[in-house]
Ligand binder design. Structure first.
Ligand code: ADP
Ligand code: MG
Length: 346
């Protein structure tokens, strides 16, 4: 306490224009100060024509502004950004991204789920036919050609359990052109997605992108978008990687890892890999499957965060085009997704 008070007064002495503080209901407290400091403090209060209570209140305020509490820093975090990424098709990117988004919204978070795969599986599985009237595609916004606010392109899922907090940016057919269009973009390509989403970031706690099934330019931008921003906590935003318990998933991950590193090197950013989610796991498939399962679980950087079994509810929810947490709220997968969402957003 003594050190903090002395540090505060010293900082205040160096701050000629400290703001006046409301002290009417301030409680008094005592603290010993190092030799010489009380005299300097009193003299400075006299010089600035302040009471000592006002001087001390200003000193504490200046100090608190200079050294915000860890809690204050936590509340100032940017929107959390998660990319469900793996170029391998059918591995569960859409299933996982959608499931985590649903669980986050159910738990009270404001969630934006982006269909970042031109095939639009995410949108169709949530029964979203396309952009709402007046909506412009994500690509239009990325090119800086949009005339309307990007919020006009969002669809809110109607299910009560999501409380109007789960919004989707649907895919548009022009998403198939995204890589080609990005390739000819001369200026500001790396920031195209950041710029497109900036106007709505403040409206959300979490933004989840359902990644494309390739390692093209759109994926580069997705990786870039979930980079760790200045001051952001480690492993808060980043890439969540669904994998299968087979050899080709390890090969696929090596390629993805190379792409992440290439983006980091080229643009000088840090991208966190949040972890693997072993998907569609079925231990009855034999010892090879089980040994791959153990291999994923033995990895530590990143580690494996959860296992989703292959389940009838999961497949039915997709086929009936109903969000899993709505279709089968109590099934094992829904529970696992809730635990995972909680862990990711803790
Ligand atoms: N754990 C699971 N249990 C049941 N069905 C699943 C599971 N994971 C994915 N699926 C289904 O498998 C298919 C492919 O998954 P999807 O999420 O579309 O993969 P990706 O987006 O990587 O191409 C979809 O029909 C999906 O609903
Ligand atoms: Mg998909």
């Amino acid at each position: 306490m003594q050190d903090a008070a002395a540090s505060a007064i010293n900082l205040w002495l160096e701050t000629p224009q400290a703001e006046e503080v409301e002290v009417e209901k301030a409680k008094s407290w005592g603290v010993f100060l190092p030799i010489g400091l009380p005299g300097r403090f009193t003299a400075e209060c006299d010089a600035r024509q302040l009471t000592k209570v006002q001087g001390m209140a200003q000193a504490v305020t200046v100090w608190l502004n200079a050294y915000p509490s860890p809690d204050a820093r936590l509340t100032e975090q940017p929107v959390q950004r998660i990319l469900g990424g793996n170029q391998k098709g059918g591995v569960g990117k859409t299933f996982l991204s959608s499931g985590v988004a649903q669980a986050c919204a159910e738990a009270g978070k404001r969630v934006l789920l982006i269909d970042y795969d031109p095939q639009g599986h995410l949108s169709s599985r949530l029964q979203i036919d396309g952009l709402p009237p007046g909506g412009e595609s994500l690509l239009t916004h990325m090119k800086g050609k949009a005339e309307r606010h990007i919020a006009r392109s969002l669809v809110s899922l109607p299910h009560e359990r999501f409380g109007g907090r789960l919004h989707v940016l649907p895919a548009d057919v022009d998403a198939f052109l995204m890589d080609a269009e990005l390739a000819v973009m001369q200026i500001g390509r790396d920031r195209a997605l950041v710029n497109a989403l900036a106007p709505i970031e403040a409206d959300y706690d979490v933004i989840i992108l359902d990644g494309p099934p390739n390692l093209g330019l759109a994926m580069d931008l997705g990786i870039h978008y979930v980079q760790r921003r200045p001051g952001e906590l480690i492993e808060r935003s980043g890439i969540l990687i669904p994998v299968w318990t087979d050899k080709s998933s390890f090969n696929a991950y090596n390629l993805l890892n190379s792409q992440i590193q290439a983006v980091e090197k080229r643009t000088g950013v840090v991208v966190d890999q949040l972890g693997f989610v072993v998907n569609a796991y079925d231990s009855r498939k034999g010892t090879v499957t089980r040994s791959f399962y153990d291999a994923w679980n033995d990895l530590t950087t990143p580690g494996t965060l959860a296992t989703l079994k292959d389940s009838i509810e999961g497949r039915e929810a997709s086929d009936y085009e109903i969000p899993l947490l709505e279709y089968a709220p109590d099934c094992e997968q829904s529970m696992v997704l809730r635990t995972l969402a909680k862990e990711l957003t803790a």
